[in-house]
Design a protein around this ligand. Structure first.
Ligand SMILES: [Fe+2]
Length: 454
């Protein structure tokens, strides 16, 4: 995707000023219109005043085609209405269904959180028609994202309640969670569905959803600055490794940190655990390894909430599968050590006096990874010996220590992948200042690229 396409995509959201290009959101509306008619509330004018479509026209793939290459005087979302939109009561019912369908939420809700607190907080949707439109489009066009949004919102609300925040504040946290990813509806669908490796430019484009969400919310009357700030910060991390601004803990708001943690644990569970049939309880060791990225108080709260729900751990592997599992884990362990050493040596060798903020951030991530895993058993001789003995023995059982090491190993793979991609983005962003340093880093990335392709 070119820079032009990216900026046109960003122009398509609801912000002050204009003109507004047409982006993926227009496609979503036109497709939804086939089952839930999307009608123009007012004449649709081009940026130069030309009448493009008259009030009352139904937006569908044919009428949308007439708008090709046009720029609009107002964002499309502000000019259309849907025949049917999600109401506060619908949202309430969707949240209750999510709780019923999720073992963890069920256990949590039954023990502590009164479900009656959901209804009043959902009722606010009647005052926010544009958000209702976005949720309706998301629930039809990006179902998984909608389900995930509901999960994040429940977590964010429960964490805020556990912190005993005032009722108004728990509501703000909840609505920040409900709206945090609406910007995703403006990101090119082909890019989001891409199965091959994302380029640095692709990542930048996906990351722009944060700013798009922020700008949509800025245009909605009655949405507080605190809510918008929280949405802007939902991918920031306390240790400065987040985006878009790489803020650090002292620069982040409480609402933003609650949302960031809620979004992360749902991401960890959904993307990495759910498909393998693993349980919420297993999020805890992963969270423990990532504490520096999140507010410590939130981490403690969420760990206690999960432990209190008393959900069991699932077996990672048992019986005849153990030797093969141990052998695979051993090989991955050796690869990880090599990968880790390459990145560490490279980022240490370039020194710390270069004055390049982005490069410092990468070096901080490396230091954080090294510190996090130093205290773990991952690269210890004991683990290797246990794995070697399990690999050569049929019918052996897996110890809890090895099961935990397996989780930690996956976590380290994830961290090294993330760091390697951040380095790739740094190299291709034209922000690298020193050609010698750049050459050294490029050489390392070429060496570790094989792990990223796996
Ligand atoms: Fe996001």
């Amino acid at each position: 995707m070119s820079h032009d396409q990216q900026s046109s995509m960003r122009d398509g959201d609801s912000t002050a000023g204009g003109p507004y290009g047409l982006d993926t959101y227009a496609d979503h509306l036109a497709q939804l219109s086939m089952i839930n008619p999307v009608t123009l509330d007012a004449d649709l004018l081009a940026a130069d005043g030309e009448l493009l479509l008259a009030q009352g026209v139904v937006l569908d793939p044919v009428t949308l085609n007439r708008l090709k290459d046009k720029t609009l005087a107002r964002p499309l979302a502000q000019v259309v209405s849907l025949a049917s939109t999600i109401s506060g009561e619908d949202l309430h019912q969707h949240l209750l269904s999510t709780i019923r369908a999720t073992e963890y939420f069920q256990a949590l809700a039954e023990r502590k959180y009164p479900l009656c607190s959901l209804q009043p907080v959902c009722a606010r949707l009647s005052e926010l028609p544009l958000i209702s439109q976005y949720l309706t489009v998301m629930s039809a066009q990006m179902k998984e994202l909608y389900q995930r949004t509901l999960c994040v919102s429940l977590w964010a609300l429960f964490i805020a309640q556990e912190m005993r925040l005032p009722v108004e504040d728990t509501g703000e946290v909840f609505w920040a969670a409900i709206t945090h990813d609406i910007g995703m509806l403006h990101i090119n669908s082909q890019l989001l569905n891409k199965t091959e490796h994302l380029t640095a430019e692709d990542w930048l484009c996906v990351q722009s959803h944060v700013d798009i969400s922020r700008r949509i919310l800025l245009g909605i009357p009655g949405v507080s600055a605190a809510l918008i700030e929280a949405v802007s910060e939902h991918h920031e991390r306390c240790d400065g490794t987040g985006y878009p601004l790489a803020k650090v803990e002292s620069e982040l708001t409480l609402f933003g940190q609650i949302l960031a943690l809620a979004d992360s644990i749902v991401g960890i569970y959904t993307n990495r655990f759910k498909a393998q049939g693993r349980r919420w309880r297993e999020v805890i060791p992963v969270l423990g390894l990532n504490r520096a990225a999140y507010m410590y108080r939130s981490c403690d709260i969420i760990t206690n909430m999960i432990l209190r729900s008393e959900l069991p751990l699932s077996d990672v592997v048992s019986g005849n599968g153990v030797p093969e599992f141990a052998e695979r884990m051993l090989q991955q362990n050796l690869q990880l050590q090599h990968w880790f050493a390459q990145l560490r040596d490279c980022l240490t060798a370039v020194g710390y006096t270069h004055g390049d903020r982005k490069l410092h951030a990468l070096q901080n991530v490396m230091l954080h990874i090294a510190t996090t895993f130093k205290g773990s058993m991952l690269f210890k001789e004991d683990l290797r010996e246990s794995l070697e003995s399990m690999a050569g023995e049929e019918g052996t059982s897996m110890s809890r220590v090895v099961a935990d090491a397996s989780l930690i190993q996956q976590e380290m793979t994830f961290h090294l992948q993330r760091l390697s991609r951040m380095i790739q983005m740094y190299i291709s962003s034209d922000e690298a200042k020193d050609p010698k340093i750049l050459a050294r880093i490029e050489e390392t990335i070429a060496k570790v690229g094989c792990y990223l392709r796996d």
